[in-house]
Structures are given as structure tokens and as C-alpha cells.
Design a protein around this ligand. Structure first.
Ligand SMILES: *[C@@H]1O[C@H](CO)[C@@H](O)[C@H](O)[C@H]1NC(C)=O
Length: 226
């Protein structure tokens, strides 16, 4: 057997953007505006969701529109997109449906953000540091399709499917967790007070497989203690 084959194999595996697992106690820091830096989370195994909660900690000093959480599928680049615009308006997109929330603008302080939604009543809400926004109603009967791609740090351009530099995230994000149901206000409050570091049943930050590309720093979040 050619002795070089195993070496070549090892090099190829490590070049193909090898997947790591578990981000417990870690933050992702996106220091610069690029369309090449991102962290792709391993696709969770669900066929469709009729309710969800997505929570994370984030801080950004950038004043322009950007994506905080981007889940795209074969049918929509915006299957589930959490987006912030230049005026600090906050959006939940579920395909063609968008709910808009007027919230305090992001700044350099980490804040705890959750978005909840359920299909039956179409009721959605955003939560900042454990406090709920007013509820918005829409997307009734819709579901979130499985087998998609979760990207942090970037979002895809609707027409071309490439990453759009004008929507990239610059800042720090951590503890991205997702559940297949709407958490209650006590649970969200506990998460926002660091009293609960358990992960979601759809995305569990502590164990999730991920691939990082470009200029992204994975640092100790100095929050949850394990
Ligand atoms: C980055 O943007 C350029 C210019 O729009 C585009 O050609 C390229 O495909 C983008 N890269 C990625 C990884 O999406």
C-alpha cells in the first residue's frame, strides 16, 4: 500500500471544514464585516415544527441591518430568519410572513434574546432579557420545514443564494438554543438570568456539531459555569 495515502486522507479531511462538537461556555465573535465568516450548525433532525423557541445572547455595536439567526431550506432562504434593521426594528421571518417588533436598540452589552412562535394561533413574541414584547399574530397554520441549514454570522441573498455582506453579523453571539415548543415566561426569565444553562431539544449549544469558516473567534463566554 502506498504510504502516502493515509497522510493525504488526513489532510483532505481537515481541509474540508471539519466538524467540531459542543460550544458549552463558548461565544462566537465575528470581528469584521465579511461575507465569508460564518458558523454552520449541524442540521437538527425534525421533519417540521409547528412551534418553536429560539434563544441566544448577543451584542453588536453595528448600526445597519443584519441577521442574528438564519435557517434556510430548499423552499425558502428565510424559512426562519431573525433579523434586525438599521432602526433597531426586530423581525421574525417565516418564509413570506414577517412579524416586526419595536424593541430597544442593540448595543455593546450582551442581552438575552428569545423569539417564540406557535402555528395554531400564529402567535409570536420577542423577549429581551426575560421581558416579553407585545404579541404579533400571523403565519397561522404554517410550519417550519426540516432538513435546512442553520447559519450564524451570515444570511443568504434571496435571489443568488450567496452570502450578502450587507447582512452579516459583526459582534458576539452565544448560547444559541432552540426548542420545538414555546417556553413559558418563567423558563425564559431563568435563561435570561443565567439560572438555566440547559440546551434546547432541537439545538443544544452544549453539544451541537458545528463548522466555523473565515474570521470567527471562538472564546470563553464567561457566563455559564460548568
Ligand atoms: C461574497 O460576495 C461576492 C460579491 O457579491 C459574491 O460574488 C460571492 O459569491 C460571495 N461569497 C459567498 C461565500 O457567498
Amino acid at each position: 500500500m502506498n504510504p502516502f495515502i493515509p497522510i493525504v486522507l488526513v489532510i483532505c479531511i481537515s481541509l474540508s471544514g471539519s466538524e467540531s462538537a459542543g460550544l458549552a461556555g463558548k461565544s462566537l465573535i465575528f470581528p469584521t464585516k465579511t461575507n465569508t465568516s460564518f458558523v454552520k450548525l449541524k442540521t437538527p433532525t425534525f421533519s417540521k415544527l409547528s412551534a418553536f423557541t429560539v434563544c441566544f445572547w448577543a451584542a453588536s455595536e453595528v448600526v445597519r441591518p443584519y441577521a442574528l439567526f438564519s435557517y434556510s431550506t430548499s423552499r425558502s432562504q428565510f424559512e426562519l430568519l431573525i433579523w434586525q434593521d438599521i432602526n433597531g426594528m426586530f423581525y421574525l421571518y417565516l418564509g413570506d410572513y414577517g412579524a416586526k417588533f419595536s424593541l430597544p436598540k442593540a448595543n455593546g452589552l450582551l442581552r438575552h434574546i428569545c423569539v417564540t412562535w406557535e402555528s395554531q394561533g400564529g402567535v409570536g413574541a420577542a423577549w429581551i432579557n426575560g421581558r416579553r414584547s407585545l404579541q404579533k399574530v400571523g403565519g397561522k397554520g404554517q410550519t417550519v420545514k426540516g432538513s435546512g441549514e442553520i447559519i450564524l454570522g451570515q444570511t443568504k441573498d434571496r435571489r443568488h443564494g450567496t452570502y450578502d455582506i450587507n447582512g452579516c453579523f459583526v459582534g458576539e453571539i452565544s448560547d444559541v438554543n432552540m426548542w420545538d415548543h414555546v417556553l413559558n415566561s418563567n423558563q425564559i426569565k431563568m435563561l435570561s438570568q443565567n439560572c438555566l444553562c440547559t440546551g434546547g431539544n432541537i439545538i443544544d449549544w452544549n453539544t451541537i456539531g458545528y463548522t466555523a469558516a473565515g474570521n470567527v473567534k471562538i472564546q470563553d463566554s464567561k457566563r455559564c459555569q460548568f
